[in-house]
Design a protein around this ligand. Structure first.
Ligand SMILES: NC(=O)c1ccc[n+]([C@@H]2O[C@H](COP(=O)([O-])OP(=O)(O)OC[C@H]3O[C@@H](n4cnc5c(N)ncnc54)[C@H](OP(=O)(O)O)[C@@H]3O)[C@@H](O)[C@H]2O)c1
Length: 128
């Protein structure tokens, strides 16, 4: 084989190896990010009851305050946070709707303490 053909062959091998490695790395990165996303961060371990003993009474445990926690994204957050051990405070307008959420939370997480703040954020005077 001529020197030139040998050179072309080596260039092809190097480029091919580079492409294959790049593909393998991108697949591995994709799998890694999927795994990282599927694990919700343990917010309770990170933020709750810092410096307090583990066996606190429910009413002494940290509250997570969720604005708009009676529906949609906020409601899902309430369930996730209660599952992690937080007590739940919901801020929204409709008191009965919040009570319904609290009843559901109590069934699933009986140790969860709850409280609510009724505010209409569109009314500035309500907030003041
Ligand atoms: N869903 C999505 O895919 C999505 C995507 C991007 C951004 N967002 C934004 O994320 C936010 C929440 O979305 P969502 O789908 O979870 O909404 P949602 O299901 O309508 O829930 C809204 C929550 O906020 C409360 N709320 C609404 N207006 C309020 C006010 N004036 N004062 C106090 N509380 C109020 C509601 O309770 P009360 O009615 O009892 O007050 C309820 O708890 C919205 O701003 C939305 O634009 C949503």
């Amino acid at each position: 084989m001529s020197d030139f053909l040998e050179f072309v062959l080596w260039v092809c091998i190097v480029l091919g190896t580079y492409k294959v490695l790049k593909l393998v790395l991108s697949v591995l990165w994709y799998l890694f990010t999927c795994c990282a996303r599927s694990q919700a961060p343990d917010l309770h371990a990170r933020y709750a009851n810092r410096g307090e003993p583990e066996n606190l009474l429910p009413q002494k445990k940290s509250y997570a305050v969720v604005t708009g926690g009676s529906d949609g994204i906020g409601l899902t957050m309430c369930h996730k946070l209660a599952a992690q051990g937080f007590n739940i405070c919901i801020i929204a307008r409709n008191s009965e709707k919040i009570d319904g959420v609290f009843a559901d939370l109590k069934k699933l997480y009986p140790n969860t303490e709850t409280t609510k703040v009724i505010v209409d954020f569109s009314e500035l005077s309500d907030i003041e």
